[in-house]
Design a protein around this ligand. Structure first.
Ligand code: ADP
Ligand code: 5GP
Length: 204
C-alpha cells in the first residue's frame, strides 16, 4: 500500500492550523506530520501535539543521524520532518499532511513527487496577514516583523503549488481545503498498479 502526501505551505499566520482543524471532519482519516523545531513553544502549544520542541544541539544530532525527510531554517530556527512516522503512515496507505515552508515543499516534491499534492494557503493581502499575526497575540513585535518580511518572499513561490487557497472566509477556505485533500487521496491509487491491471485484464 502506498498512501498520499498533501503539503500545505503559506506564511505563518495564514490560517493553516485553523483550516485543518475546521475541515478535519470532512477529510476522513489522515496522519498529520508533527514537525520537530528549535523554536520556543507558544502559549498553549503542546510538545508531541503541535511540535516536538528540542534544543539546537538535539536537532543537529538528528540531522547527522539522518532522522529527517527534510529540514529547513525558517525565521532563524530549525524545523524538520521526521522520516520514520511518515514512512509508516504511507505504508499503511494513509493521507499524510505536512505543514511545512516553501523550502520543505521543494525537498518533499523532489523525494516523493509522484504521490504529492500541494496547496499554498494565504490571507487575501499582506495587511490582513499582519492583522491576523497581531490578533493571535502569540508573537512579539520583532518576531511579527520577521514573519512579515519572510512572507514577502514566500508569496513569490505560490506558482510552485498545485492549488492556492485564499483564506478570506474560513468556511470557504476549509471547504476548498477538503476538496484538495480528497483529490490528493485520489491522485495516487492505493491499489498496486500492476495488480490492478492484471485483475482488470483477467476479468474477460
Ligand atoms: P498558521 O497555522 O498558518 O500559522 P493560524 O491557523 O494560527 O495560522 O491562524 C492565525 C490567526 O488567524 C489565528 O488567530 C486564527 O484564529 C486567525 N484566522 C484564521 N483564519 C482566519 C480567517 N479566515 N479570518 C480571520 N482570522 C482567521
Ligand atoms: P511556526 O513557527 O509559525 O509554527 O512555523 C513557521 C514556518 O515553519 C511555517 O511556514 C511552517 O509551515 C514551517 N514549518 C513547520 N514545520 C516545518 C518542517 O518540518 N519543515 C519545514 N521545512 N518547515 C516547517
Amino acid at each position: 500500500m502506498v498512501g498520499a502526501v498533501l503539503v500545505l505551505s503559506g506564511p505563518s499566520g495564514a490560517g493553516k492550523s485553523t483550516i485543518i482543524s475546521e475541515a478535519s471532519a470532512d477529510i476522513g482519516e489522515y496522519y498529520f506530520s508533527i514537525s520537530t523545531t528549535t523554536r520556543l513553544p507558544r502559549e498553549g502549544e503542546v510538545h508531541g501535539k503541535d511540535y516536538y520542541f528540542v534544543s539546537k544541539e538535539e536537532f543537529e544530532e538528528g540531522i547527522k543521524s539522518g532522522t529527517f525527510l527534510e529540514y529547513a531554517k525558517v525565521h532563524d530556527n530549525y524545523y524538520g520532518t521526521s522520516l520514520e512516522p511518515v514512512h509508516d503512515a504511507l505504508s499503511l496507505g494513509k493521507l499524510v499532511i505536512f505543514d511545512i515552508d516553501i523550502q520543505g515543499h521543494r525537498l518533499v516534491r523532489a523525494k516523493l513527487g509522484d504521490i504529492t499534492t500541494s496547496a499554498f494557503i494565504t490571507p487575501p493581502t499582506l495587511i490582513e496577514l499582519e492583522t491576523r499575526l497581531r490578533n493571535r497575540l502569540s508573537d512579539n513585535e520583532e518576531v511579527i516583523q520577521r514573519r512579515l518580511e519572510n512572507a514577502k518572499s514566500e508569496i513569490l513561490a505560490v506558482g510552485e503549488y498545485d492549488f492556492a487557497i485564499i483564506n478570506d472566509h474560513i468556511s470557504r477556505a476549509a471547504r476548498e481545503f477538503s476538496i484538495v485533500a480528497n483529490a490528493a487521496r485520489l491522485k495516487h491509487s492505493q491499489i498496486d498498479e500492476a495488480t490492478f491491471i492484471k485483475n482488470w485484464l483477467a476479468s474477460e
